[in-house]
Design a binder for this molecule. Sequence first.
Ligand SMILES: *Cc1c(COP(=O)(O)O)cnc(C)c1O
Length: 376
Amino acid sequence: MTGDGTRVVRAGLPEPAAYEPALPGPVFAAHYHLPGDAVGPYTYGRDGNPTWTRLEQAIGELESPDEAAHTVAFASGMAAITAVLFSQLRAGDTVVLPNDGYQLLPAVRTRLESYDIEVRTAPTAHDAQLDVLDGARLLWIETPSNPGLDVCDIRRLAEAAHARGILVAVDNTLATPLGQRPLDLGADFSVASGTKALTGHGDVLLGYVTTRDAALADSVRLWRKTVGAIPGPMESWLAHRSLATLALRVRQQADGALALAEALRDRPEITGLRHPGLPTDPAHPLAVRQMRPGRFGCVVSFALPDHAHAERFLAALTLVDDATSFGGVRSTAERRARWGGDAVPEGFIRFSVGVEDPADLVADVLAALDSAARNG
Ligand SMILES: *Cc1c(COP(=O)(O)O)cnc(C)c1O
């Protein structure tokens, strides 16, 4: 049994071959030489690509180190999420979504309903989705949730769902497979945006679906081929290259996030401070049980008194970019209500901790808070 740091540097690499690179470069091909009948690993570029294959192998090894799994890579996290939903659900089916998940889920809901799929929602906290499971075909979980950072019990929800014959998918974007392994906790699908912490450099959009069930993988792969939501070879290669530092990044970011959350605890102007790694966080006891030790993610969320106070804070930061997304090596923060999609107060900040030295970051944040309070 190797550790994660060892696993990530070799995940998905071919056997060493003399005079070949460790990670072969991206394969740019719309079609492949194809003699005879149309069978073979690589035929047409929408169906398969060796650069995807290596990345998919790598992600599968991280999401499911101890059991064979199938991964299907996508052009973005949304492409992966919708691939699971639309490949598994039919008119007349019911799906349970969180009501505090990723901001595009309401748009997905409207689309599902237009296809006569019933959508029920419930909050992530307190496993409230349990109460609306009866008769569903698929349960969609997001834990920790973005941006509220609530946590639900994947094993408990999966057991209840499976007892009713319901499939379970977990959005594992925030935790990454090094922070949490939904398949080990009983989920049928682990789905994520690779745009965030998985690739970690803010230069790639990517998504993936991992499952241990070959038939489910086939149906997701057929969806990808049908709608053409395929990742580019260059993006896939960049993602694979980034995986080598995933363990380093995840550890450094989690350490920084915890240091930041601890420094914010005593600030009088802050309310609703959340980080699953913070021992006083309501989600902490459950996070400790189902997430990997010390890897509670890079996001810290909190609210400042109002819109203007939050903007003064963001403008006063010098080491932190005002930008959306999260999980990158450079810290970012944003006033989340500017998008209008999440049920958050006007002064709500979603803070993504990068790999900077935690002491520098904390000092910058505290100075910006002082400045925002002084100039109010
Ligand atoms: C960003 C995000 C997505 C969507 O991923 P894209 O790569 O932007 O399409 C889905 N779920 C969560 C939790 C996210 O943070």
